[in-house]
Design a protein around this ligand. Sequence first.
Ligand SMILES: [Zn+2]
Length: 240
Amino acid sequence: METSVHDQIKRMVEIQKLDGEIYDLRKEMGEKPKLIDKLKGEFEATKAKLNGLEEKAKSIVVSRKEFELELQSKEDVIAKANADLNQLKTNKEYSAKISEIESLKADKSQVEEKILRSYDAADAVNADIEKEKAEVAEREKVYLSKKKEIEDEVRVLDDRVKVLDSQRSEIAPHIDPQILKQYEKLLEVKEGRAIVPVNGLACGGCYMNAMPQTVNQIKMRQELIRCEYCARFLYLEDDL
Ligand SMILES: [Zn+2]
């Protein structure tokens, strides 16, 4: 293994071209599940609307059953009142019963009206449900196709990372293990940029000005120099 400082810098710059891309790709991949979750949330919201309509349809049926029971009991009362008519002795009793029956019939027709209105309400809700089902189906199609698109993108990114990883594994053995360890640690905390060029005096990572003496030290190639502000390894582009 060549271990000159200059060689180590060259290797690090070389490996970081791969690592920088790997870092960016992994970051991009990390964003994808959030994107899918967001689309899923939007789709679930459409389904929630449909569920609400279905609940409404169910409750219309439940209250109609109650009206029908009420109607039945009113009919029973009317039938009993009609039967009572035959038992009555006087005209007065008879006409009182008749007017009671009329009033019962009026009550009954109100319940019948409620039942009819309940059918109308059910028709309206069912029409909305059909519309909403079509909407949900359409949105599901869009959601699933976008989801697949994103998953395909992730696969492409992942394949690229694998290629870069394998290229990286050919360079890594040429870097001193101790230096590689430091480099990798920095890579993690410095968003994929562990070794940066000095431009003029400015650190290419944090843009702070290095001391002229620091630049001279880099030129001397006797040791690896790190930025005193951000700790990244420094090199001179002209020097490669
Ligand atoms: Zn810096």
